[in-house]
Unconditional design. Sequence first.
Length: 192
Amino acid sequence: MRLRNDREGYGSVSIGLHWLIAVVFISQIMLGVVMTRILPETAATTFWAYQWHKSFGLLLLLLAALRLIWVLVETRPVTKGSRGLVLAAGVVHRCLLVAPILIALAGWVVVSVSPLGIPTFAFNLFVVPHLPLAPGDVAETRATMVHRWLAYGTVSVVAIHIAAALLHHFRWRDDTLLRMMPKRRQSAGNDR
């Protein structure tokens, strides 16, 4: 499989980043719900759930930033369909490029403005410094609300994205979904 995109399809870098970000994002949503709605607030497991959520949030920030850079410098495969469909796909794709970065940054703001001042132990390997922001209850409440609404809004966009991919595959029977699936190597001449 080729590493880079061409006008016909995505290369392994784009495909790998797409699916890795998807797995981390969905895991983050599930962990976020568990730690805020299911686990007791004072349990030791809740502390570590938050630490893992913050760690994977930073990983998501890094992966999403790399993906955004890759999209900006790499060839973009041609989007097929009507003008309206191409426009809608462009809006959804842009949202999905930027949203993980905004969500992760909003989470970092939440941690940074929290009056509790709890450090972030990234994967229990090192401490991530807080952003240089003034702590306060109001700031924490606002940042938490922004973080939560960005996450839930992105879940809605992801649902639209998945529905559109399935519609392309099962209703219109085109190769839109297949272009984002890992492909087997067909010949050595296809690699870059």
